[in-house]
Design a protein around this ligand. Sequence first.
Ligand code: 5GP
Ligand code: ZN
Length: 113
Amino acid sequence: MTDCIFCKIIGGEIPSKKVYEDEFVYAFNDLEPQAPVHVLVIPKKHISNVDEIVEEDKELIGHIYLSISKIAKDLGLEKGYRVVVNNKEHGGQSVSHLHFHLLGGRQMTWPAG
Ligand code: 5GP
Ligand code: ZN
């Protein structure tokens, strides 16, 4: 999608600090980290939010979670981490390209704000 900042990051038009990439997924450091490790894991396919996921994306979503686990292992997060998807307005989503926050390196608290 042409005016999507995450599509531009995938395309290299906007620079980012890449953490992981494969055929389907791109992962990079968040610009405003909320934890010692704060990686955004995104599908290369533009999907706006959770409600736009369709049947044919089922394998892709599973692949994203396998990638998250691999990235966490590579980053030494064996004590655990949090995966967050902010969805649409009330979910606090600010970028309309589905993304998974991978947060780690400190104790997380609950409930989320
Ligand atoms: P959301 O609020 O939609 O769940 O998360 C969007 C995230 O994208 C935020 O944590 C924000 O810091 C991050 N972000 C927004 N623009 C950029 C950017 O241009 N580069 C990077 N690396 N992160 C961004
Ligand atoms: Zn996009």
